[in-house]
Design a protein around this ligand. Sequence first.
Ligand SMILES: [Zn+2]
Length: 452
Amino acid sequence: MTSTHKSRRIWFCQTEYVAQHPESLQKLKDAVGLTTIMPESPVCHTSGFSASAELAQRGPFEDWRQRLDAWPRGAEGIYPPVAGIISGFDDAPLQRVIEACKSTGIEVWGHIGLWSYGGEVYPEFALRDLEGWPLDRRYQEWGIGLCPSRKAVNEWTRDCLVEVIQRYAIDGFDVDHARYPAPANVHSLMACGCANCQDEAVRLGYDFAAMRRGVLALRQRLGQLTVSEVRALAAGRPGLMDFFGLLAQDGAVLDWVQFRAHILAERMGEFRAAVQEAGGRDKVFGSDVFPASTGLLGGHWYGKWEEATDFLTGGSSHGGVVGWATGVTNLAREWTAALCRHAQGLDESEVLALVWRMFGVEDLDLPETAAGVVEGPLPIAALYEREVARLKAQTSGTVPLYPPLSAGAAPELVRALGEAVAVHGCDGCLFTVNAEDEAQVRILGEALAGVG
Ligand SMILES: [Zn+2]
């Protein structure tokens, strides 16, 4: 079936760079078919929006400069990554970027953050686990998130989106951090269990007490896992249904996974409705998502996301918290380490092999130890190709798919990433590239020749 979606090549770029180098837009339009940019300032973590006095006055995160103990980078003037827009940022560079895009025929997608970071700076809004505890800082590199059910924060964030779509000549939003912390953050999988999320469970028809019981019972069972149980499991070469049987004897654990994702999709639908009511139906609204293998665990139920948003994209093809090729590998090393810490006498390699199998990548050339996962090398191209194949298979075709592609890698890898996007019939991609590196730009153009 030929896709009828709009083909896009979206540049995830720095606002300040494009403001200083507007000629980079035409250059990338010619070289790689650039259609759209999604600019972010590394200082304020939005596209560089300013907030009106009225929004700032209601903003829950305005006092960040008084929280430098919890946010040391604030001393350098770097804003904390939280939901919505913090005031005080000069939007002149962004206005220059928007002007340049209009004269070059390039779309602009606005960028703001939502929930997956900032909980360590704003503990009063942070995720809580099912026993009411804040998240373990051991996993901070994967994000210490905000609760997605705080009505006041969400309504204010919605008002930020509405103000932006009315004040700036942009074509829509590609929002960031529309998720829980990466599922490599083992503790975050037990959040959020706060009173607000319990109310949401009731509203959406979930049995919160049963989910809580089921998840806590699973944690206890995993903590008692023995080496012979791991071997018995591995001997059966388990498929997905075997894992479901192991993990969710009463169905409550699966409900919990689905419930967490359901909340986020609800919020996204509300945000999109508000943006389109204020800005018009033609303003698109979407976000990056975790890769398919781990998406649901991080809060992305692709089917619901297709209903609530206008496109699916990703943060990066490999590397970082949202790298598609490394979603499974990051999770595998953290899960393996956590299991071996809590259950006595397990063999790390045997547990890791079981995790590879659980996520359906056991046939790839993957490391046999957690240290090997950190050191690499990893079969990035093969892992990425599998995620793109699963993205295509797990979506219905109702919204366009723009997988992430990081062009700063070795040329043969960039070509392989582009080929995966093309082979699986995606509608384009969201890329990062150093626009000053002629070779990188040329190879990206070649890699995308067969895409969308
Ligand atoms: Zn909550």
